[in-house]
Ligand binder design. Structure first.
Ligand SMILES: NC(=O)c1ccc[n+]([C@@H]2O[C@H](COP(=O)([O-])OP(=O)(O)OC[C@H]3O[C@@H](n4cnc5c(N)ncnc54)[C@H](O)[C@@H]3O)[C@@H](O)[C@H]2O)c1
Length: 350
């Protein structure tokens, strides 16, 4: 049976979605494309051979009865689109960041089961690493050092809290931080600095954080859009091996390097086996279909996506209050629960 999919929001990332879905062959059929800009929806559907285009999401869902809705709108519109999809009886997969705030995320999760796109979790290397026994994780480094020139921010919705929910911590580094958490699990405390260092934006253009984990590991995190030599990098030092991932916007098997500690060569080699293949939307969509067929929660689940969003909130909370922040500090009642910038960055102070 082919899973019937509708795409809400037919902009840039929607194209990546339908191209990745096409690679999954007859496991899926894209039945509709919806955009508040109806002309854009029509053009998109014509280009990709999708039978139904429209601007009214509930009406299109009622007419086409999809099994699954991919929400590819800007983040501020994810909650309403997900609600419409759930009301129509469909499963929901929303693009990252799932919402602009933790409050909105909790409303989303309360509306029904919603999965989030964090496509880098689904490459072979991360799947191997999550099951490999390399001893205790001791220290990790998580860097998103990217470059976005000033012109990139000239689009009105970029660089603003109310449209993007933040700068590189929320919009760019969230992928690498999500991988860090996929491997190391619950974070317990964050100390962070955020700066508006070089770009004319309302948000930060740089953040650095020290993150402590329930399993005892400690990680440093850099999120930058100021770095002319761009790189995405994760490094984990376990008791018996160093595992490094160096890439930019997605990785393959060649982007990994595993270095055993002396005396652990054979054991580490034996552990570093299992799935292979690149990260990307196609890999996640295949995992979503597997879960749908097995009647399991779709990945990435709300609990895991919330943990990543709460780390983003904690980086802002620590940077803007100058204090260490624990998960409860960004829960209901905190200004950082209602808005990622909470009480506001120091550069907004009168
Ligand atoms: N996973 C990734 O690596 C990745 C990469 C880029 C973007 N994204 C995410 O994808 C989402 C979309 O980004 P984009 O770059 O495609 O943006 P975009 O501006 O190119 O496309 C968004 C589309 O949504 C439409 N839209 C806006 N509000 C809508 C609504 N209420 N209902 C229906 N359509 C609506 C817009 O008209 C536009 O066509 C964002 O959440 C972004 O963060 C994820």
């Amino acid at each position: 049976m082919s899973v019937r999919i509708a795409v809400a929001g037919t902009g840039n990332i929607a194209r990546i979605h339908v191209e990745a879905l096409r690679e999954l062959g007859d496991r899926v059929t894209v039945v509709a494309g919806v955009d508040i800009d109806e002309a854009r929806a029509r053009e998109f559907c014509a280009a990709h051979g999708i039978p139904r285009a429209g601007a009214d999401l509930p009406a299109v869902l009622a007419a086409t009865r999809p099994d699954l809705v991919h929400v590819c709108t800007p983040p501020g519109a994810h909650l309403d689109a997900a609600r419409a999809a759930l009301a129509a009886g469909a499963h929901v997969l929303v693009e990252k960041p799932p919402t602009l705030t933790l409050r909105e995320f909790d409303e989303l999760a309360a509306a029904g089961p919603v999965a989030t796109v964090f496509q880098h979790r689904f490459g072979g290397g991360v799947r191997r690493l999550r099951t490999a026994a390399f001893g205790r994780p001791l220290v990790a480094q998580c860097d998103t050092s990217w470059f976005r020139p000033q012109e990139y921010f000239d689009v009105p919705w970029r660089g603003n809290w109310h449209t993007e929910g933040g700068g590189p911590t929320m919009g760019h580094g969230i992928h690498q931080m999500d991988l860090l958490l996929a491997v190391l699990g619950e974070w317990t405390e964050v100390r962070a600095v955020a700066r508006r260092q070089a770009r004319r934006v309302a948000t930060e253009d740089l953040s650095l954080a020290l993150v402590e984990f329930a399993n005892g590991a400690v990680a440093s995190v850099v999120n930058s859009v100021l770095s002319p030599r761009e790189e995405s990098r994760l490094r984990f030092d376990f008791e018996w091996a160093t595992v490094e991932l160096t890439h930019l916007y997605g990785y393959g098997d060649d982007n990994w390097r595993v270095t055993p500690a002396p005396g652990h060569e054979a054991a580490v080699k034996a552990e570093w086996t299992g799935p292979d293949g690149p990260s990307g939307h196609r890999a996640q969509f295949a995992a979503v279909l597997d879960a749908l067929e097995a009647g399991e929660p779709l990945p990435v689940t709300a609990a895991e996506a919330r943990r990543t969003l709460s780390l983003v909130a904690a980086v802002y909370a620590s940077a803007f209050t100058g204090r260490p922040v624990r998960p409860a500090d960004v829960g209901p009642g905190s200004p950082f629960y209602d808005r990622m910038q909470g009480s506001g960055p120091p550069w907004e102070a009168p």
